[in-house]
Write a protein that binds this ligand. Structure first.
Ligand code: SAM
Length: 329
């Protein structure tokens, strides 16, 4: 079992496989995109697989593939298929924007992917374009249909943004009436690659919940799993449920079980830290598995208590503003 210096079990890895994306969500990156990583700066699939095999031996039970948009990286299904065969890995999941995903759903099902997080901030095609700067709403909805058809659990991630999509909160909740999805509302964080100025959080988890409760006073609290980052609810009679994620308020650090690896191999033991070691450099300088393992354990032994401490520990004058696409949201 992998534990950190605060006694927290670490069993969940979020692996960002690329920083590139085919959408330009304004809250994630500037419209012109980012200064993309070159191919040689990226972890190769072999390096990812080696690291994942090792981490699973150390205690990781769940891996989420994220990015950037995972499916813009070539041969992504090959990586997923190889990961799905790792002995001891209980769960392989993906976070995707759904633009390129619909046709891949049967293959995802075949290799054993049981749940997918689909990012969808609005049910209105015009607002989708205004937020993402791309006309891809129909493709995302097609992916949703396919995932449901193939009986893959779907969690919809909706970032709540003042003046952009708060009118979508109730329609997204309404969607849970007949559709067995979990709609999770996420507080907007400052990770926007400086595409716009983050002027503080206007819709925190309490305000989001108040908005929902005003419309659905019968809303019921559900039991939250011990490592859940969302407060979970259900509207009686609805097939799906609702979650609210205090991503900026950081109320869940006490039970945080996750680590992250960025597309260029940086290990982050907290979303808000600026990286604690570079796995790619270590691998490329010829470290053995045992040496890499020792380095990984050392990183766990020095984990920040919470996201506030991690942010304070960042290099001077470097507040958390990098794009979520370079971190693996
Ligand atoms: N491209 C994939 C997708 O869109 O699902 C995976 C990567 S994306 C960075 C992962 C998640 O991070 C998405 O649900 C996105 O909405 C969320 N995200 C990105 N920037 C964010 C921000 N500034 N605040 C909150 N969530 C953010």
């Amino acid at each position: 079992m992998l534990t950190d210096n605060h006694g927290r079990k670490i069993n969940y890895l979020r692996l960002a496989v690329t920083d590139r994306c085919n959408l330009r969500c304004f809250y994630c990156m500037p419209e012109e995109g980012l200064n993309w990583l070159s191919r040689k700066e990226l972890l190769t699939y072999e390096e990812m697989l080696r690291t994942c095999h090792l981490l699973v031996k150390m205690g990781i039970e769940k891996i989420r593939i994220t990015g950037g948009e995972p499916f813009v990286r070539k041969d992504m299904m090959k990586l997923l298929s190889a990961l799905s065969k790792i002995q001891g890995l209980n769960e392989l999941t993906i976070t995707t924007n759904g633009v390129l995903t619909a046709s891949l759903v049967p293959e995802l099902k075949r290799i054993g992917v049981k749940s997918v997080n689909l990012s969808l901030d609005t049910l209105d095609a015009n607002r989708f374009f205004a937020i993402t700067h791309r006309d891809e709403f129909d493709k995302v909805m097609e992916t949703l249909d396919q995932l449901l058809k193939y009986d893959i659990n779907v969690k919809i991630n909706a970032v709540v943004m003042d003046g952009k999509n708060t009118q979508d909160i109730i329609p997204l909740v309404e969607m849970t009436k007949d559709t067995p999805v979990s709609v999770r509302f996420i507080e907007e964080m400052p990770f926007n690659g400086e595409g716009h100025i983050y002027s503080g959080l206007k819709w925190d988890y309490k305000r989001i919940l108040d908005e929902i409760t005003a419309k659905y006073p019968a809303i019921q609290k559900l039991h939250d799993e011990s490592y859940s980052t969302s407060y979970n609810y259900n509207i009686p009679g609805h097939k799906g449920d609702i979650g609210v994620i205090a991503a900026y308020s950081r109320t869940f650090c006490g039970t945080c079980n996750r680590i992250r690896i960025t597309p260029d191999g940086v290990l982050k033991t907290c979303l808000y830290d600026d990286g604690v070691m570079n796995i790619k450099d270590i691998i490329r300088s010829g470290f053995s598995d045992d040496e890499l393992k020792a380095k990984l354990q050392e990183a766990m032994n020095n984990r920040a208590k919470d996201g506030w401490e991690a942010e304070r520990n960042r290099a001077l004058n470097d507040p958390a503003h990098e794009s979520m696409a370079t971190i693996g949201g």
